[in-house]
Design a protein around this ligand. Structure first.
Ligand code: SAH
Length: 216
C-alpha cells in the first residue's frame, strides 16, 4: 500500500504521545490520503490539520486520536458525530466499532457532506451514514447514542446532544470561542452529567441553532 512508511511513522509518534493501542491500530487501518484533496495528498501523514475547502479542515491526526481515546469506543457502539468534514474521523470510529457498530455523521455544508460520503465509499466504510443537517439539533432518528463526538467548537453544550446521549454514554466536545477546552461528558445512570476538562484545543466553529450564529 502507498504511504505505508509515512503512516507507520505517524502511528509511532502518536504512541509516544500516549495514545492507546486500540486507537493506534484503528488509525493504522485508515488511509488518510483518501480523505484529503488530491493536491495535498503528500502531506496526508503529517500530524497537522489540512484544508478541505469551504473554510473547513480535516483535524490533525493527534486530535482524532485523543478524541477517540477519550471516547473509549467499543465494538458495536452506535455513534453520533457532528461535523463529518472529510469523513476521516468517522472512518477511524468505524474501525473501532467494527462492522456491528454504526456511525451517523452530520455535516452542515452540503459540498462537504458529499465529499465525506465519496471518501468513505472510496475507503470502503459502509457502516457510516452521512447526513446533511444542523448537527446542533442532534439526530433524533437513531437516539440514544452510546457515544457522541463533536468535531467543531460550540459556544456551550447543545441541550439536544445531552438528551440524545445514552445513560452511561460519553461525549467529547470542544467548548469556547477562539481557543476552546475539550470537555469529556459522561451521562450518569440517573441522567446527571459529569464533566472533565481535557485541555486547550482549537477547532473551527460549530454553526447552528445551538451553536454560533454567523451571517454568510
Ligand atoms: N471530523 C472532520 C472534521 C471536520 S471540521 C474530519 O475528520 O475531517 C468540522 C466540520 O464541522 C466542518 O466540516 C463544518 O462544516 C462542520 N459543522 C459546523 N457546524 C456544524 C453543524 N451545526 N452541524 C454539522 N456540521 C457542522
Amino acid at each position: 500500500m502507498e504511504y505505508e512508511e509515512e503512516r507507520q511513522r505517524l502511528i509511532d509518534s502518536l504512541r509516544e504521545q500516549g495514545i492507546g493501542e486500540k486507537v493506534l491500530e484503528a488509525m493504522n487501518r485508515v488511509p488518510r490520503d483518501l480523505f484529503i484533496p488530491k493536491k495535498l495528498q503528500s502531506a496526508a501523514y503529517c500530524d497537522s490539520p489540512l484544508p478541505i475547502g469551504n473554510k473547513q479542515t480535516i483535524s490533525a491526526p493527534h486530535m482524532v486520536a485523543i478524541m477517540c481515546d477519550l471516547l473509549e469506543i467499543k465494538k458495536g457502539d452506535i455513534i453520533l458525530e457532528i461535523g463529518a468534514g472529510s469523513g476521516y474521523n468517522a472512518a477511524v470510529m468505524a474501525e473501532l466499532t467494527g462492522p456491528e457498530g454504526k456511525i451517523y455523521s452530520i455535516e452542515r455544508i452540503p459540498a462537504l457532506g458529499k465529499f465525506a460520503k465519496e471518501n468513505l465509499l472510496k475507503a470502503g466504510y459502509d457502516n457510516v451514514t452521512v447526513i446533511v443537517a444542523d448537527g446542533t439539533m442532534g439526530y433524533k432518528e437513531h437516539a440514544p447514542y452510546d457515544r457522541i463526538c463533536v468535531t467543531s467548537a460550540a459556544p456551550s453544550i447543545p441541550e439536544p446532544l445531552v438528551e440524545q446521549l445514552r445513560e452511561g454514554g460519553i461525549m467529547v466536545i470542544p467548548v469556547g470561542k477562539y481557543m476552546q477546552r475539550l470537555l469529556l461528558i459522561r451521562k450518569q445512570l440517573d441522567g446527571s452529567i459529569e464533566e472533565r476538562d481535557c485541555g486547550g484545543v482549537i477547532f473551527v466553529p460549530l454553526v447552528g441553532k445551538y451553536g454560533f450564529h454567523i451571517h454568510e
